[in-house]
Design a protein around this ligand. Structure first.
Ligand code: FES
Length: 218
């Protein structure tokens, strides 16, 4: 195959013996009408829930964003791991009274991402003003718990789309996602060698993570 320039542009299928050899026989494919895949607006499994300690925050990374996972007594939450006050890592803070507390100046955040306490406010009025400021909110990502996994939506700005989008694994029967049963099967071995439970969990989780992109591109 030769590549030659023709009046209409580059010719990618040039046949020397063809009578109309100067005509480009390459035809442009019709423009695609499907929407490009948006990697941010998808659900991703980020942790095995059994491996998370609900009494403390956990740092993780999703799509090159540093997140902190924490439990508010009812559900797991995913925040950007950056305090809106002085940008400290919230994963270095603590969970206090079902709120996430920053380790540096003690600001506290509810599961919605709203700041609910500013300890260094001078008086009640400045405290109320600080809480009312949108800049005091931390970026919060939608989460779901399913199949023993914590799932995080990759875009904090599309809550309605997240609520309307099924997890990719919803199309598959429970037996296709044997994370829990697999770990249960391995439990006797894991009890014998205590540190192996974490290792086995990580291996199963890695397999799961690598399968997901395959299921996403359907
Ligand atoms: S940096 Fe988080 S409260 Fe100041």
């Amino acid at each position: 195959m030769a590549v030659r320039r023709s009046a209409g542009g580059y010719c990618f299928v040039f046949q020397p013996r063809h009578p109309h050899r100067n005509r480009c026989q390459y035809t442009q494919p019709a423009p695609s009408t499907t929407k490009p895949f948006n990697w941010q607006q998808q659900w991703y499994p980020v942790a095995i829930i059994d491996d998370l300690d609900p009494t403390k925050p956990h740092p993780t990374t999703l799509l090159n964003k540093n997140l902190v996972l924490w439990y508010d007594g009812t559900t797991w939450n995913a925040f950007l791991d950056r305090c809106p006050h002085r940008l400290a890592a919230l994963s270095e803070g603590r969970v206090e009274d079902n709120k996430l507390q920053c380790a540096y100046h003690g600001y506290e955040f509810a599961s919605s991402g709203a700041c609910v306490r500013v300890p260094n406010a001078a008086d009640a009025k400045s405290h109320a003003n600080a809480l009312a400021s949108p800049r005091a909110c931390v970026e919060s990502f939608p989460t779901r718990q399913a199949r023993g996994l914590l799932w995080v939506w990759g875009d904090s700005a599309t809550l309605e789309l997240a609520a309307a989008t099924d997890l990719v694994m919803d199309d598959f029967a429970e037996e296709y996602v044997p994370v829990g049963p697999v770990l249960d099967t391995m439990e006797p071995f894991a009890r014998t060698v205590p540190c192996m439970r974490g290792v086995l969990s990580s291996v199963v989780f890695c397999i799961y993570i690598h399968l997901c992109p395959h299921f996403l591109i359907r």
